[in-house]
Design a protein. Structure first.
Length: 248
């Protein structure tokens, strides 16, 4: 049995039974105890299950009240964000009209789009600057400026956003679950993402593996309303609701 098949079998059985012993898993897969313990250590690191003494238990969706400050988020999962951003940028064509929001992974995209001839609309000042510095054509949505994220918000910004039609929108989120969809702690940010997605022919959510199984206060839109670009294959249940692109 291939390792991928064994992992899928473990996660499927755990989803059904919520707890499994190492002995149970050995019997289920036919693998040795040493192999199963290595599998459980890896899956625990990926937050796909919680390893306990003698086995594993299902990871329940974790609720997060707030997200880290922008300075901290920039330092988390930096290599994963670069890989996701590079792949996402490769999807942009010169005739696209693109919305880029204020997420840190989306911001990383700007580094790969400086020579693009697409039309970019963003509410993030740093994103607009990076694009313009390289010769790309960004339009900045005006509104109230949040100094923590260097992005605009408020009624004026939302009114301006509703006037656009996008071929592609690239958005960041704080959490992704099947039940609650794509979430963020800030209701205003959730509303912005919802409007951008509704105005776009194709919506992409850029999310490293840590975002899966995380729930925050405000739902932007449901799982099936966007394609997910991520760095690790999530649980199979996500692919049952939407397209998941995993970058190498």
């Amino acid at each position: 049995m291939l390792a991928e098949q064994r992992i899928e079998m473990i996660l499927s059985a755990l989803a059904e039974r919520r707890a499994l012993s190492v002995t149970d898993i050995c019997q289920l897969t036919g693998a040795s105890e040493a192999t199963i313990r290595r599998d459980l250590n890896m899956l625990d690191e990926q937050r796909k299950l919680r390893k306990v003494h003698g086995g594993a238990v299902l990871v329940e969706d974790e609720f997060r009240i707030a997200e880290p400050a922008m300075e901290i988020k920039r330092q988390l999962y930096t290599e994963e964000k670069r890989r996701i951003a590079r792949y996402a940028a490769s999807l942009v064509r010169d005739d696209d009209v693109v919305f880029l929001d204020a997420g840190t992974t989306v911001l990383e995209m700007a580094n790969y789009l400086r020579q693009s001839h697409a039309l970019f609309i963003t509410n993030n000042m740093e994103c607009a600057y990076r694009l313009a510095e390289g010769g790309a054509q960004p339009y900045m949505l005006g509104g109230d400026v949040d100094p923590k994220t260097m992005s605009t918000g408020g009624a004026q910004m939302m009114d301006a956003l509703r006037r656009y039609n996008f071929t592609k929108a690239f958005l960041g989120v704080t959490g992704i679950t099947v039940a609650q969809g794509y979430t963020t702690p800030d209701p205003e940010a959730a509303a912005l993402k919802a409007v951008a997605a509704s105005r776009s022919a194709r919506t992409y959510v850029l999310a490293d593996a840590s975002k899966f199984g995380m729930v925050t206060a405000s739902t932007a839109f449901q799982l099936e309303d966007a394609v997910i670009i991520t760095d690790q294959q999530p649980e199979r249940k996500y692919s049952e609701y939407t397209q998941v692109e995993v970058v190498a």
